[in-house]
Design a binder for this molecule. Structure first.
Ligand SMILES: NC(=O)c1ccc[n+]([C@@H]2O[C@H](COP(=O)([O-])OP(=O)(O)OC[C@H]3O[C@@H](n4cnc5c(N)ncnc54)[C@H](OP(=O)(O)O)[C@@H]3O)[C@@H](O)[C@H]2O)c1
Length: 335
C-alpha cells in the first residue's frame, strides 16, 4: 500500500453521502474514494456520479472483490453491519463500520474476532472519540482538572415524525432511539468511566417494539453514576456534562460534535476551551477518516482512539439497556 488509502463505500444513504463528502475534501491527506456499492446498480451509479467515484457496483460482493479497495466504509442500517463488515473482512479488506457497531454484543464480538484472525483493521465509526475537543477534554480529566469523576450527564434526542415503516421504528433494522442516538451518551460516559458495573433503564416503546424515549442510569463500583437519555419523540438538549470532586466540564448542545466546552474549576473563573479546528465547512467526519488513514498506513489493526474493547463494552451496555426495557430484535434470535 502506498501513502494513499483507497476507500470503498458500502451503501448510499444519508451518512454515506456525508462521510464521502468529508473524505473527498481530504484528498491531500491521502484518502481516495475509488468505488461504491449499493443493493441496486442504479443507486450505486447515481451516488458515483454525484461524487465523481470511478466504479459503481450493484452488489456488496463486487465491492469487496475489488483489488483497488483498501478499506470499506459500512453505512447500512445497524442490522446489516455484521453481514456487510463480515463480508469485507472475509475478503481481506480493512473496515470502518458505522455506529451502533452492530445489533448486539454477540455480533460485535464476531466481527472483532474475525478482524483479529485475519490481521485486518476494524473500527466502529464513533467519530466523537476522534474529535479534537473530546480528546482535549479526556486529557484534562486524566490530568485531574476536575478531580475524581462523580457524575456524567448526557442526552441525545429529537422529535421526529417517523412513520411505522421508517428504519428508526423497524425492529428488523435495529430501530429505536437507543442504537441510533443513545449510543452517543453511552459512549461518552464509557469513554470517561469504562464499562459500568450496573445498568438500569426505563423506556416508552412504539407499537412495533422500538424504543421511542429512553432513560438510562449507569453505576460504577467507584460510586460514579451516569444519567443518560435518548429520544426520537422529544427535542432533548443533546448536551453533556462531567462533574468531578474539583469541578465540572459542560458541553453545550451538540456535544457529540462540539465547537467548544466550558471548564469550571473550583475557585477559578469558568474557562471556555476551543481548539480552533471547528467545522471548517466539513461535517466532522474528517477526524475519524484521518485516524483510519493514519492507522492503516502505520499497519495498526485498531485505533487507540476507538479501541475495539471499548466498542464491545458499549454494545454490552446497549444489550443490558434493551434487556431492562424489553426491546428485542429479530437478529437477537439468530443462531
Ligand atoms: N456517524 C453519524 O453521525 C451517523 C449519522 C447518521 C447515521 N449513522 C449510522 O449510519 C447507518 C446508516 O444510517 P443512515 O442515516 O445513512 O440511513 P439511511 O439514510 O436509511 O441509509 C442507509 C442505506 O443502507 C442501505 N440499506 C437500507 N436498508 C437496508 C437493508 N435492509 N439492508 C441493507 N442495506 C440497507 C441503503 O443503501 P443502498 O440502497 O445503497 O443499499 C440505504 O440508503 C446507521 O447505522 C446509523 O446509525 C451515523
Amino acid at each position: 500500500m502506498s501513502g494513499t488509502v483507497r476507500w470503498g463505500v458500502l451503501a448510499t444513504g444519508g451518512i454515506a453521502a456525508t462521510f464521502t463528502a468529508d473524505l473527498l475534501a481530504m484528498k491531500e491527506s491521502g484518502a481516495e474514494v475509488v468505488a461504491v456499492a449499493s443493493r441496486t446498480e442504479a443507486s450505486a451509479k447515481a451516488f458515483a456520479e454525484r461524487f465523481g467515484i470511478e466504479r459503481a457496483y450493484g452488489s456488496w460482493a463486487e465491492l469487496v472483490a475489488d483489488d483497488t479497495v483498501d478499506v470499506v466504509y459500512i453505512a447500512t442500517p445497524h442490522s446489516a453491519h455484521r453481514e456487510a463488515a463480515g463480508l469485507a473482512l472475509e475478503a481481506g479488506k480493512h473496515v470502518l463500520c458505522e455506529k451502533a457497531f452492530t445489533i448486539n454484543a454477540r455480533e460485535a464480538r464476531e466481527l472483532v474476532d474475525l478482524a483479529r484472525e485475519r490481521g485486518l483493521f476494524l473500527m466502529e465509526a464513533m467519530w466523537t472519540y476522534c474529535n479534537p475537543l473530546i480528546r482535549r477534554m479526556t486529557e484534562l480529566v486524566r490530568d485531574g482538572a476536575i478531580g475524581e469523576i462523580r457524575t456524567v450527564q448526557a442526552d441525545f434526542g429529537f422529535a421526529g415524525t417517523f412513520g411505522a415503516d421508517h428504519r428508526l421504528r423497524d425492529p428488523a433494522l435495529g430501530g429505536g432511539a437507543l442504537l441510533d442516538l443513545g449510543v452517543y451518551p453511552v459512549s461518552f460516559a464509557q469513554l470517561l468511566l469504562g464499562e459500568p458495573d450496573r445498568v438500569q433503564a426505563e423506556a416508552l416503546l412504539s407499537p412495533e417494539g422500538a424504543d421511542l424515549n429512553t432513560g438510562i442510569l449507569l453505576g460504577w463500583d467507584s460510586g460514579a453514576t451516569a444519567l443518560l437519555a435518548c429520544s426520537i419523540v422529544g427535542n432533548l438538549q443533546t448536551s453533556a456534562s462531567v462533574t468531578g470532586t474539583a469541578g465540572r466540564i459542560d458541553f453545550p448542545q451538540g456535544f457529540f460534535y462540539p465547537e467548544h466546552f466550558v471548564l469550571h474549576r473550583h475557585d477559578h473563573e469558568p474557562e471556555t476551551i476551543t481548539t480552533g479546528s471547528g467545522p471548517q465547512g466539513l461535517s466532522g467526519m474528517q477526524y475519524e477518516a484521518a485516524e483510519v488513514n493514519r492507522a492503516i498506513l502505520a499497519g495498526e489493526k485498531e485505533s487507540p482512539l476507538v479501541p475495539l474493547e471499548g466498542s464491545l463494552a458499549v454494545m454490552r451496555t446497549l444489550d443490558a439497556v434493551r434487556d431492562r426495557i424489553g426491546v428485542r430484535y429479530p437478529a437477537d434470535d439468530r443462531a
